[in-house]
Design a binder for this molecule. Structure first.
Ligand SMILES: Cc1cc2nc3c(=O)[nH]c(=O)nc-3n(C[C@H](O)[C@H](O)[C@H](O)COP(=O)(O)OP(=O)(O)OC[C@H]3O[C@@H](n4cnc5c(N)ncnc54)[C@H](O)[C@@H]3O)c2cc1C
Length: 550
């Protein structure tokens, strides 16, 4: 950005405008494998600061086609969603007021960290059940914009189900509120002469004209963050029209979120978990079928490499488990150590977690599952209430530890979030791992939400090795071809970003891609919000921005 424009930006914007090298380097990274250096990083102080910023870019875009705005809340995106080469707009510094809770709804700003959000909701015995595994490090703006999901999504669904109203800044720099509208309200909006009115008119027409195509394009899996969720906008039976559903999961490509109303659910009193140490993958389908019938709140899994990691970094895991101390934690893991020593390393560790307010009902479910699985002779443990904490620590923290701990190797998320129907897992999972094993230099861990058929495979690589860099698009293509063959989604939670937007055409086909492009054009005619994400994907740009070092 030239000096004159930068001066104008600084003069017009209420907020911090930084261009020093340290800041630019920090905001060149998120939790993905990419590095994209911004020109400027802005921390708007309030809503006026954000609207002025959007107006500034709209006004100057014609003479400066490279100008754009990319939102960032906590920057834990794994797809490169919050990285770009123009202006990064950071929300966690000033948009972080304590959420207000009223009637099972929390009103939050985008920069509020989930851990702080939850502190407030817990005081009301309520929780937002779609929190991601990155719950300690991410914020609400990214949760909404990625349509984040997590360990409880099997029972409660994903973020899309909980966003009830959002306040956004549109491409014309004006603020508007989005919520589900009934017919009369929609007609009123469509009658507006403003940019907002134009959006309603055009989006209504787009959806009505292509309604059956849109409904049939909805991925037939229980979790999806790929594309724009056009199928969620218009409910023909209830006659409601809800544009919040387009912003959810849109990775800041349609506008900026300033505030959101998020629905909460009561916390369940009790939990009882069965941990299954699976040695034979051939049993996976039966276990999935029998467990899902009983309606667990979550059904998670991790592999032998993840377990080895937990053993290798045992002191760190002990720390995560709180005040118990290493020796006591060691003692609590003793049965698992002995099981591995005498029975061998299991291929997968499965956690079937039942929760509810009636303890007896939970015990009955565990008993029933034990009975059903008896013919398979599985090795199991039962964890009541807090006894399950140690297993959850391994499941939740393994990726974070990998990111921080392995010297000379780096986590390279690029096939990190596919989804297929759970009944296909026993076929798809070994095929995916076989694809990776054919390439030298890739070791990997597998963890995921087995009940949803959503798996996170995170390779650990020496990213400076040119062979490794060349293998990344080859593996990605083969894996996504396979996922396509099984009618899955390329991403259940982590979203498209730089890494997966180029694969959307394969997943949705030409016609839906054209509807996504038209949607983007309606909201963002000059392409000022987060270019190259969701539409206009550019694999060559992504590959040329893989980090050289960490
Ligand atoms: C260890 C680890 C575990 C993870 N586990 C999960 C998981 O279980 N489930 C899951 O869903 N994800 C997971 N993630 C990915 C990520 O943490 C989540 O998706 C999280 O919700 C992103 O939040 P954030 O605040 O960090 O978002 P950011 O990284 O800041 O942004 C994410 C996207 O949202 C957009 N955005 C941010 N703020 C706004 C705004 N105000 N207006 C418009 N757009 C905005 C950004 O442009 C970007 O495209 C994990 C990441 C890590 C590092």
């Amino acid at each position: 950005m030239d000096d004159k424009l930068l001066e104008e930006l600084k003069k017009n914007i209420k907020g911090d405008v930084l261009t020093d090298n340290q800041t630019l380097t920090f905001y060149s990274h998120d939790a993905s494998l990419f590095e994209v250096k911004p020109k400027v990083v802005v921390f708007p102080k309030d809503e006026e600061g954000v609207t002025a910023l959007v107006k500034f870019v709209s006004k100057n875009k014609k003479n400066n086609p490279d100008l754009s705005l990319t939102a960032r809340s906590a920057g834990t995106d794994m797809s490169g969603g919050c990285l770009n080469d123009s202006i990064i707009v950071v929300f966690d510094k000033y948009f972080n007021q304590t959420p207000k809770i009223y009637d099972n709804i929390a009103t939050t700003q985008p920069g509020v960290y989930y851990k702080d959000f939850e502190k407030e909701t817990l005081q009301h015995n309520l929780i937002f059940p779609s929190y991601p595994a990155s719950r300690e490090i991410c914020a609400m703006g990214g949760i909404i914009s990625n349509n984040a999901g997590g360990e409880k999504s099997l029972h409660y669904g994903k973020t899309e189900r909980y966003v009830k109203r959002i306040k956004v800044v549109l491409a014309d720099g004006n603020i508007c509120e989005l919520k589900p509208l009934v017919k009369a309200e929609l007609e009123k909006k469509m009658g507006l002469t403003s940019f907002e009115g134009e959006i309603y008119r055009k989006m209504y027409k787009l959806i009505i004209d292509n309604y059956s195509k849109i409904l049939s394009a909805k991925p037939d899996v229980s979790k999806n963050s790929a594309g724009y969720f056009l199928w969620n906008v218009y409910d023909k039976e209830k006659e409601t029209f809800d544009l919040t559903q387009l912003f959810v999961g849109s990775q800041g490509t349609l506008g900026f979120i300033l505030e959101a109303d998020i629905a909460l659910v009561p916390i369940r009193k009790h939990r009882e978990m069965m941990i299954i140490f699976l040695h034979d993958l051939a049993h996976l389908n039966t276990i999935i079928r029998e467990a899902l019938i009983l309606g667990p709140e979550s059904f998670e899994a991790y592999d032998d490499n993840t377990l080895k990691l937990a053993l290798r970094f045992f002191p760190e895991f002990a720390k995560l488990l709180g005040s118990k101390g290493i020796i006591q934690t060691g003692v609590s893991f003793l049965p698992e150590f002995l099981m591995v020593v005498f029975g061998g390393m299991p291929k997968l560790i499965l956690q079937v977690d039942f929760t509810g307010d009636n303890l007896d009902a939970l015990t009955q479910k565990i008993k029933k599952l034990k009975e059903k699985l008896k013919p398979l002779h599985p090795k199991i443990r039962i964890a009541i209430e807090n006894q399950g904490k140690k297993y959850w620590a391994i499941r939740r923290e393994s990726f974070n530890l990998l990111r921080q701990k392995i010297r000379n190797k780096h986590t390279a998320p690029f096939i990190d979030d596919f989804v297929v129907k759970p009944e296909y897992l026993s076929i798809v999972l070994p095929q995916v791992t076989n694809i990776i094993k054919k390439h030298k230099g890739f070791i990997f861990t597998i963890a995921g939400h087995v009940g949803d058929g959503n798996f996170h495979i995170i390779p650990l690589v020496d990213i400076a090795n040119s062979k490794v860099r060349k293998s990344i698009p080859i593996i990605a293509k083969q894996v996504y071809d396979l996922i396509h063959e099984y009618h899955g989604s390329t991403t259940g939670e982590h979203n498209d970003g730089l890494i997966r937007t180029p694969y959307l055409k394969q997943m949705y086909g030409e016609k839906m891609i054209s509807l996504f492009e038209q949607t983007k054009k309606i909201f963002d005619p000059d392409n000022i919000f987060n270019p190259r994400k969701k539409v206009g994907g550019d694999l060559a740009f992504a590959l040329s921005h893989i980090r050289e070092n960490w």
